[in-house]
Design a protein around this ligand. Structure first.
Ligand SMILES: [Zn+2]
Length: 59
């Protein structure tokens, strides 16, 4: 895995999380502690595959 950038759902600031700053819960989910407000947040990893390119365009 690599550095993840997510916005915190509590304080809405960006979290830049290096690999040693978050822990995998399962194959798709990681848990991290927000460096700004200290909240424990979970987010989904987007990895290689169907969802890696983001939302489908068109229609
Ligand atoms: Zn936060």
């Amino acid at each position: 895995m690599s550095t993840q950038v997510r916005s915190c759902p509590k304080c809405f600031r960006l979290m830049w999380l290096k690999t040693d700053q978050y822990e995998p819960l399962d194959e798709w989910t990681v848990r991290a502690k927000c460096p700004h407000c200290g909240s424990t947040v979970r987010f989904k990893l987007v990895t290689e595959g169907a969802n890696a390119t983001g939302p489908k365009m068109g229609h």
